[in-house]
Design a protein around this ligand. Structure first.
Ligand code: MTE
Ligand code: CO
Length: 421
């Protein structure tokens, strides 16, 4: 390997050098004596016997050693598990695609179990030709593949009055990013033929909540999809099997799962989910409604409270950024609570309304740091500080909290959710 210089002058040969171990912590490697028989130059156990053959694991699962990588809920957050949320373990993932089985779940009345044979999608209202589509019908329309993030409007909703939950899984884990396969909603609407006074669409789910939302026609004709696949496989039941609405860049609540009905109308329906819920109470007592777009946001996923640092020396700071207004243009990282900023390295795909992965490498000597990231999108919008956001929004909101997150990295490698004033 050549002696080229890594980030900030780190010698590439030195990535693992000088990495003084921290106090023998929880995740320290097992004592050498326990497993020396499996270490080079010895022949390990797994080389001495044949492994499972093919077709034993007909639909594969992760290694049994990865059981700690899991969706988690916060038991006190909701009264029942049916109307609740589980969070994506962002701190245990990399890249931009969320594995299907780890996508956070948000259900208002549990997971509807739908037999695909009995599935129908009804499209009616202000159309010339109402449609009643089977799943097979949906699969016969021209289809497209798109990678999008989905963020619940309530993501980071517990943090309005100060740092609360200790882990990016809980503060930011109501986001996932997958590839969808589906029919552009525009194609279905053109098939039905819109009447001239058509202006809004109501999407309704087939779950026990029959959750429904109104969508302006312009958005429906722009980039919405009726998706039946994610990451190549059919949608998981948790994500709305066999079909869900995809509303790129807009709050997750509108992405109706177990989609059963689309009605075209001339005004919004003023459903529960767009009046009593998913509105934003401001400091002056007035509430905003129809706040559809998810503004630019980012979070450092590692290190973070659930992913403390085990070693000093060369360290990869890593995180995710996204914007409902288009592509993420830049991500900045601060090590000192927002006083100084430097651009992070975005690695991998940069797509419209999808997550991007960023990296920022440092040589950590064990000094305390106040880690922050901020996303800037192609519209020029920059993620605000939490205080700047509160100046406009007050502290009574639940939804649309995209303020800059601060992680306090301590000399022992532990990380805490804090705020800087
Ligand atoms: N659609 C139906 N039918 N019922 C629901 O409870 N929850 C909504 C939305 N679509 C919901 C629904 C909310 S609030 C969010 S954030 C997203 O689905 C969550 O999608 P996910 O479970 O795939 O993460
Ligand atoms: Co939601």
């Amino acid at each position: 390997m050549s002696e080229d210089k890594g980030p900030k002058g780190t010698s590439r040969r030195g990535f693992l050098a000088g990495a003084a171990g921290l106090a023998a912590g929880s995740a320290a490697p097992r004592a050498l004596a326990d497993n020396v028989k499996n270490l080079p130059p010895n022949v390990p156990d797994w080389t001495r016997a044949l492994g499972d053959g093919v077709a034993v694991r007909t639909y594969g699962n992760p290694s049994k050693h990865e059981k700690h990588v899991a969706r988690r809920d916060v038991s006190w957050l909701t009264a029942t598990p049916e109307s609740s949320v589980s969070f994506t373990p962002l701190h245990q993932l990399d890249g931009i695609i969320t594995p299907s089985g780890l996508c956070f779940e948000r259900h208002h009345s549990g997971i509807a179990e739908i037999d695909p044979q009995d599935y129908r999608l009804m499209l009616h209202g202000l159309v010339n030709k109402p449609l009643m589509l089977t799943l097979a019908d949906l699969k016969r329309f021209p289809r497209t593949n798109k990678i999008y993030f989905l963020e619940c409007a309530a993501n980071s909703g517990m943090e309005w009055r100060g740092a609360q939950l200790n882990g990016c899984q809980y503060t930011h884990g109501m986001v996932h990013c997958v590839e969808y396969t589906g029919v552009p909603l525009k194609v279905l609407l053109e098939e039905a033929g819109l009447k001239t006074n058509a202006k809004w669409i109501m999407a309704e789910g087939g779950d026990a909540a029959a959750m429904n939302r109104s969508i302006p026609l312009a958005k429906a004709l722009d980039d919405c999809l009726v998706a039946y696949r994610m990451n190549g496989e059919m949608l998981r039941p948790e994500q709305g099997y066999p079909a869900r609405l995809v509303v790129p860049g807009w709050e997750g609540n509108i992405w109706v799962k177990w989609l059963r009905r689309l009605k075209v109308g001339d005004q919004p329906w003023e459903t529960r989910e767009e009046t009593a819920k998913y509105t934003d109470l401001l400091a002056n007592g007035k509430a905003r409604k129809h706040t559809f777009v998810m503004d630019a946001k980012s979070v450092i996923t590692s290190p973070s409270p659930q992913a403390p640092l085990q070693q000093k020396g060369f360290t990869v700071i890593s995180g995710l950024a996204w914007s409902g207004r288009g592509k993420v243009k830049r991500v900045d990282v601060s090590l000192d609570g927002g006083k100084n900023w430097r651009s992070a390295r975005i690695d991998g795909l940069v797509l419209d309304k999808a997550c991007v992965r960023f990296y920022f490498e440092i040589d950590w000597k064990g000094e305390p740091l106040l880690l922050q990231s901020r996303a800037i999108d192609e519209s020029g919008y920059a993620q605000p500080t939490k205080d700047d956001l509160r100046k406009i929004r007050g502290v009574n909101s639940i939804y649309h909290n995209n303020g800059i997150q601060t992680w306090h990295l301590k000399p022992d490698g532990e990380v805490e959710n804090v705020e800087v004033g």
